[in-house]
Unconditional design. Structure first.
Length: 204
């Protein structure tokens, strides 16, 4: 029992933090097109980029509103605009949408062009990406569910065996060989789940 508690104590915090990070990133992706639209409206009303960022910071809930507000604060503190945008990009280094958002500002400052039009096109592109991701998610949902079910079968089997014949399953954590078998089974089960989830993951 202590082995399972130790194993759970190691993996559960990692699993929990991964879920929190994924939810935060997904919230940012969902908010980004609307935030860009607000920036576009502010720019076309004659406001500066700094003011547009302040509007987003004041009117958008976390997490995106908070991070855009951080960009505004960094610029107000004298940090170069490009550096502040790169800092935002680094905070969400896994999100291609944020990279495109930051790059649009940096390239426009270097090459010129109508920033409002550039951002409007980006907003439309991001919305199309969101729609495509939802379609892909629906198509791959069955495969992901199957992966989870298959990964839990060994755990269910071990639990049932432990209830039916406790002395038999006890050998897994009371003998050196049993501990090795248990560790190998846990690693292989986790590896199998990872591989199956990778196979059903489609990048958009």
């Amino acid at each position: 029992v202590s082995f399972f508690v130790l194993l759970a104590g190691f993996f559960l915090p990692i699993f929990y933090l991964t879920i929190l990070r994924h939810r935060r990133e997904q919230a940012v992706l969902d908010q980004l097109p609307d935030a860009i639209d607000m920036i576009v409206r502010a720019l076309r009303a004659g406001q500066s980029v700094d003011s547009a960022f302040r509007n987003v910071a004041n009117n958008f809930p976390p997490p995106l509103g908070k991070d855009i507000g951080r960009v505004y604060e960094e610029i107000a503190m004298g940090i170069p605009f490009d550096r502040a945008m790169r800092n935002l990009e680094q905070r969400f280094s896994r999100l291609a949408d944020i990279t495109m958002f930051c790059t649009a500002f940096i390239i426009q400052r270097e090459a010129g062009g109508n920033l409002a039009d550039i951002l409007e096109n980006l907003s439309n592109t991001l919305r199309q990406r969101i729609e495509l991701k939802m379609e892909v998610r629906a198509l791959t949902a069955e495969g992901k569910t199957s992966a989870i079910v298959i990964a839990t079968i060994p755990l269910c089997f071990a639990l049932i065996t432990g209830l039916v014949n406790p002395s038999y399953i006890r050998l897994l954590w009371t003998t050196p060989l049993g501990k090795k078998i248990l560790l190998a089974a846990a690693v292989l089960d986790a590896l199998g789940l990872y591989i199956m989830r990778r196979l059903t993951k489609v990048e958009v």
